[in-house]
Design a protein around this ligand. Structure first.
Ligand code: EPZ
Length: 421
């Protein structure tokens, strides 16, 4: 449906007002996978209404769970999980369905799924996932585009050293280790807040985990996990995207239900550009834009707590009208500048060379027809169009709807002239 829709934006209006930040997509997905491990009914609050979350619920239903949503609470009854195969169409709809592998091996001992394969950001290999699970005793046969996995005599603990602090691999190892026999150590683990949220959930279910959020995580396997009730952490990338939108229009914004301490990697860049940021307690923060911004010092995307790769595209959009030249180095993914050609159609002056993107600030963007090719790049086009003179049309909404709850509704509520047709 959303692949035939588009957003019509009449730019040039200053955004001001208050926005509530929805629950984190990149936490809700691994949490929904973790629910497979709990023998009973898990309750997840603050679960965002996103197409990726819908796909995760369809995968859970396919393997025998019962999912239902009421408002922003999703309940997953995993009393009877028969496991088996994650169908290809569902795997293709969401690359991160690989994170179901560890949980399904932990619960049922078997899992067959198609290789998630490359996507809009580059190769998206899963070598770190597979080598870690093999170290824990999983037998994984890769053939005809399928991964056929089973745990043989059962998963056992291992000392795993990740060559890169992969978020997904850290999550898969956690999910496999919590009911494996013995102790697992993850060295060079990802430190993202979503890892901590997953570990908090699993601990509430009875898992024994130490060091989540640090580079070494230790897990003592337990027999069985019981379900629990949990609230998904706020989406730091959605929060950052909203801030870029307000700043793009020289506006001001209050965010609620957010977690500023998860956002330090990029809040300091906004401040370096001349914006004023105030953080209050209770998940509230305030941004006040200015008439003009300086280009920030070179931005390098890094694993947490560095500047997150997911916010690079919306920041690139914001820098198209900053004073001076901004440089972005994308160190995480090899193909994450697909929004650049579309920003140029909006009048931006940007050049890319490999993993480097150089943005020459211009006075004014002007409306155009542009097309999203992936989730965060699509959000960047929306951010830029808000300040572009005249009308813009943005298609490819099926990408944007994967990670933002009704982005146009949120922006309209603080003064944007934007509608979905
Ligand atoms: C998670 O993806 C997020 N997705 C991504 O957000 C995010 O950009 C990424 O982490 C980095 O923060 C979800 O959480 C669902 P990685 P993931 O494994 O787990 C390489 C969004 O827009 N790598 O940390 O796939 C990989 O190719 C999405 O919300 C291997 O080489 O990220 C990449 O270059 C996009 N082998 C780098 O590591 C592996 O086995 C980071 O990947 C695994 C990863």
């Amino acid at each position: 449906m959303s692949d035939r829709q588009k957003l019509i934006v009449n730019g040039g209006r200053r955004l001001e007002g208050e926005l509530r930040v929805h629950g984190a997509k990149n936490s809700a997905l691994p949490l929904l996978s973790a629910a497979v491990l709990a023998h009973g009914e898990t309750v997840l609050h603050n679960c965002p209404a996103l197409t990726d979350v819908d796909v995760a619920c369809r995968i859970l239903t396919h393997i025998g769970c019962k999912c239902r949503r009421s408002g922003d609470t999703v309940t997953v009854d995993a009393t009877n999980v028969f496991g088996g195969e994650i169908p290809d169409n569902l795997m293709r709809e969401m690359r991160s369905s690989i994170v179901f592998l560890g949980a399904m091996l932990g619960r049922t001992g078997r899992c067959k799924l198609t290789f998630p394969g490359g996507c809009e950001l580059g190769a998206r290999p899963i070598d770190l996932h597979l080598s870690a699970l093999r170290q824990m005793g999983a037998e994984i046969i890769e053939q005809h585009g399928y991964l056929d996995c089973n745990v043989g005599k059962g998963l056992h603990g291992a000392k795993i050293v990740l060559s890169f602090p992969s978020v997904g691999a850290t999550e898969n190892i956690l999910l496999a280790a919590v009911t494996a026999k013995g102790e697992t150590e993850i060295h060079n683990a990802a430190r993202e807040p979503e890892i901590v949220d997953l570990a908090d959930f699993l601990s509430k279910c009875g898992a024994k985990i130490r060091g989540a959020g640090e580079s070494v995580i230790a897990i003592d396997g337990v027999e069985r996990l019981e379900p629990c009730e949990h609230s998904v952490i706020p989406d730091r990338i959605a929060a950052g995207t909203y801030l870029c939108a307000a700043a793009m229009t020289r506006g001001e914004m209050i965010l609620t239900h957010c977690c500023p301490e998860h956002m330090t990697g990029f809040l300091q860049v906004l401040e370096a550009m001349g914006m004023r940021i105030y953080t209050y307690g209770g998940g509230k923060m305030y941004l006040s834009g200015k008439k003009s911004y300086k280009a920030p010092p070179t931005v390098r995307t890094m694993p947490y707590p560095g500047f997150p790769t997911d916010i690079q595209a919306p920041f690139t959009a914001l820098c198209t009208t900053a004073e001076g030249t901004s440089v972005f180095v994308e160190t995480i993914f090899e193909n994450r500048f697909r929004h650049v050609s579309e920003l140029v159609r909006l009048g931006a002056s940007i050049k890319t060379e490999g993993r480097v993107c150089v943005v020459q600030g211009v006075k004014q963007l002007s409306g155009a027809k542009v097309c999203a090719a992936e989730l965060r790049g699509g959000a960047a086009l929306v951010v830029a169009s808000l300040a572009a003179e005249g009308t813009s049309e943005i298609s490819g909404l099926q990408y944007i709807d994967r990670g933002y709850e009704c982005l146009e509704g949120a922006l309209r509520s603080i003064g944007a002239d934007i509608k979905r047709v």
